[in-house]
Design a protein around this ligand. Sequence first.
Ligand SMILES: CC(C)(COP(=O)(O)OP(=O)(O)OC[C@H]1O[C@@H](n2cnc3c(N)ncnc32)[C@H](O)[C@@H]1OP(=O)(O)O)[C@@H](O)C(=O)NCCC(=O)NCCS
Length: 163
Amino acid sequence: MAYVESLAAARRQTDTQWQERAATMSGDSSITLIADDGTDGSPISGLMRVVIKQPQDPSRALQAMLISVYVAPEHRGLGLADQLLDEACAIAGAELGAGVIELGVHEDNARAKAFYERHGFEYTGASRPYPQDKARLEIVMAAGFHPRVKPSKAKARARSSMI
Ligand SMILES: CC(C)(COP(=O)(O)OP(=O)(O)OC[C@H]1O[C@@H](n2cnc3c(N)ncnc32)[C@H](O)[C@@H]1OP(=O)(O)O)[C@@H](O)C(=O)NCCC(=O)NCCS
């Protein structure tokens, strides 16, 4: 329930398709944070992505979406998720110029909801059917903050800081 894509569908992706996905993760309008042990080929311990939301609501500060949130089971409850989310929010403001971060979380994902609440995310009241099971809901949460730089200056810096 954590993701829109099923494990079976992800496993059907070819190596070329994974490489294409990885390439799209390095675009100007997104940030990808990966935690590993720093050695070549080490398994990923955590992942978070922030992408500029499309379309934008022009009456609000620039909106970004937090997606692909994952911390490996052996690293949960130990602070890695906190580090990644703090960094993701800071970089979204500084590099993308975002003033609001939104996310969608399955209504039954109690652990993730508690985690986001602790980090100041609030329920917006919006929800949509969860694509894998339309009888259940994906709930929208959001947190606002002040971007540190203007979006126009952010683009060039974002390119140099992609992981
Ligand atoms: C969501 C995720 C990144 C959070 O990281 P984490 O290290 O597990 O988070 P934390 O342990 O710091 O915080 C989780 C909170 O949920 C609580 N919790 C733990 N298990 C729980 C459960 N079964 N039910 C309800 N709350 C639970 C913890 O006590 C903690 O609450 P607290 O902040 O009040 O102490 C991680 O659990 C994960 O990768 N889950 C699988 C993928 C996923 O669900 N992604 C999110 C998609 S929206």
